[in-house]
Design a protein around this ligand. Structure first.
Ligand SMILES: [Zn+2]
Length: 284
């Protein structure tokens, strides 16, 4: 079916009280794995490409290829630019055919983040694009947090309400104890804060850094308004571990395409497991 707008997938998820999985792709390995599982599980899905991985492909040709694969799939699939940190990157994304973007100025002070995000919305909305933005910083370094540092780092519910209303974004990525990469220690999500954000913010909420969060915590976060969850690290780790075990199992060099195929199967299982936890299976 034709590419589905990211915004439509999120609105459906919100009505149905589940979360859509957003999985990163960068080349030819993860793309078929994710699309196959989406179709097998009848689950809507969001594919994302981060600028960090642009160097791995000829971007305009790659996006054309990704879209050509999406239209063959019988479930709704959206495509999003993940973590565009500057206006230049967003413009590059638009020129290369992204129908949705995540603009990330979360490292900047609140007023600058708001002003820059508003400009991106003004740029993208006339083009019919969906815009996700982030407020609050993720604790990617895994620092030990006190009540005071939490208040500085995590999304402030009052600011979130103002940010969403004044920018006109379609989805808000929150910081509630989630982090990118592997968690150092047990992730502790601030559900009380998530509830306060939910009560004040009218748009669907997004949880970045989904790799390593426990099933029960995902389910609770979904009941409190998370409708999109980003997964990358767990797919990457699973692919690498599978490759390592296959390469170690042979005295002579392994058959490379066969190895890549096994990697694809390993990635499929991560995607499938997440879709089940997120409640998106059967919703496509
Ligand atoms: Zn992220």
């Amino acid at each position: 079916m034709p590419l589905t707008p990211y915004n439509i997938l999120l609105q459906d998820a919100r009505k149905g009280n589940y979360a859509v999985g957003a999985f990163n792709i960068f080349g030819m390995e993860f793309l078929p794995a994710i699309l196959d599982v989406a179709e097998e599980e009848k689950a809507p899905v969001i594919l994302q490409i981060a600028p960090l991985h642009f160097y791995l492909s000829d971007l305009p040709e790659y996006i054309k290829y990704v879209k050509s694969q999406i239209v063959k799939v019988k479930v709704p699939v959206a495509l999003n630019l993940d973590h565009g940190k500057t206006r230049e990157i967003i413009i590059k994304g638009i020129r290369n055919g992204f129908p949705a973007v995540m603009f990330d100025a979360s490292r900047l002070p609140f007023t600058q983040n708001l002003a820059q995000t508003k400009e991106i919305v003004e740029l993208c909305k006339p083009l019919g694009m969906t815009v996700e933005a982030e407020l609050g910083s993720l604790n990617d370094e895994g620092a030990e947090l006190t009540a005071e540092t939490k208040d500085k780092l995590f999304t402030n519910p009052e600011q979130a309400a103002k940010f969403v209303t004044e920018t006109g974004i379609d989805a808000l990525a929150v910081s509630i104890g989630n982090a990118h990469g592997f968690y150092k220690g047990e992730p502790k999500l601030d559900f009380a804060r998530l509830q306060q954000i939910r009560d004040k913010v009218p748009v669907p909420l997004v949880l970045h850094g989904g790799s390593g969060i426990k099933t029960d915590d995902f389910k609770k976060a979904i009941t409190l308004g998370i409708n999109k969850i980003n997964i990358y690290t767990e797919m990457s780790a699973s692919a690498s571990l599978m490759m390592k075990s296959l390469l170690n199992a042979h005295d002579t060099p392994a058959d490379f395409p066969a190895t890549l195929y096994q990697v694809r199967l390993a990635v499929k299982e991560v995607v499938r497991e997440k879709m089940h936890v997120f409640g998106s299976c059967g919703k496509g």
